[in-house]
Design a protein around this ligand. Structure first.
Ligand code: HSE
Length: 299
């Protein structure tokens, strides 16, 4: 049996929900072709679109799949894998998560769905541990469940699927510089001030209320990060200019996607999102830096 899995890019944090919020988009996405065989072992046959290690211990796909196989415990099962990466590693839009999520969802299907979604997320998190040093779930959870997800707790893992209003569209700009999640986490403060925490959880609660009420004014006011963004923004060329200009033409708000360098903006409606994407393009075409740009709905 052989299948093709389409694994979506994801935007972790959604500004005010560091390590707990994430959403899946329709584009870009990766394709993974998986064949189940009776020859034991994980074989990565081809990788297109990115230079990634085929070494079992250094590859997100092998690590996540091995975590699944360790629980499955039946012998004489193997997988041949081809990966078509369209989400660039180090882009901040969940490249490693797409690989990890895609492989465990595909393998689970080929095995007759022995595992539930929470178990699959746990396997995929092992891939994230390799990629980012920490097994965060804010990319793999939306990649596996779809839509917008909230991680209420890591121990025990408790994930809540949130309502996503149909009209929310997303503009994504990916400057082609690589920021490793592990590096972008090292620079963060480990202690935060009470007044910052109060602002942050006020925004997080309000953002979720805004999604449920479909109140774009609340959503817009809540897209504020007083803890992580001030530290990471310096890594991203023209970050403030992007934010100010996109908001001035009517974007609801946005910020750094995951650990960057990608930047995203949410808009009410596709037309507005396309305008915002164009503003991003204008600002970046002045810089001597390659970039990719997408307008997408929520997956
Ligand atoms: N929550 C993680 C971070 C996401 O911001 O470090 C990484 O994609």
């Amino acid at each position: 049996k052989i299948i093709k899995v389409i694994a979506p890019a994801t935007i972790a944090n959604i500004v005010c929900g560091f390590d707990v919020l994430g959403l899946a988009v329709n584009i870009p996405n990766d394709e993974i072709i998986i064949k189940i065989t009776n020859i034991p072992g994980i074989k990565i046959k081809k990788i297109f679109g990115a230079k990634l290690s085929k070494n079992k211990k250094k590859n997100v796909i092998s690590i996540a799949l091995q975590a699944l196989l360790n629980k499955y415990k039946k012998a004489n099962i193997g997988f041949d894998i081809e990966i078509y990466k369209k989400i660039k590693p180090g882009s901040g839009i969940g490249s490693s998560a797409a690989s990890a999520a895609g492989i465990v969802v595909g393998a689970n299907y080929l095995l007759g769905n022995p595992f539930n979604k929470i178990e699959l997320i746990k396997f995929a998190m092992e891939g994230e541990r390799l990629a980012g040093g920490v097994p965060h779930a804010d990319n793999v959870a939306p990649a596996i469940i779809g839509g917008i997800t909230l991680i209420r707790s890591y121990k025990p893992l408790d994930i809540i699927s949130l309502r996503s209003p149909d009209n929310i569209w997303i503009s994504i700009l990916h400057p082609e510089i690589e920021i490793k999640t592990s590096d972008a986490r090292k620079i963060l403060k480990h202690k935060i001030l009470m007044n910052e925490a109060i602002k942050q959880w006020g925004n997080l609660g309000a953002l979720i209320a805004g999604l449920y009420k479909e109140d774009y004014s609340i959503i817009s006011r809540s897209l504020e990060d007083v803890i992580i963004e001030p530290i990471r923004a310096i890594l991203i060329p023209a970050f403030n200019e992007l934010k100010i200009n996109c908001k001035s033409i009517g974007a609801l708000g946005g910020g750094i996607s995951g650990s960057g360098p990608s930047v995203f903006m949410l808009s009410n409606g596709k037309k507005k999102a396309e305008l915002v994407t164009n503003v991003m393009k204008k600002i970046y075409s002045k810089l001597e830096l390659k970039y990719k740009i997408y307008t997408s709905s929520i997956n």
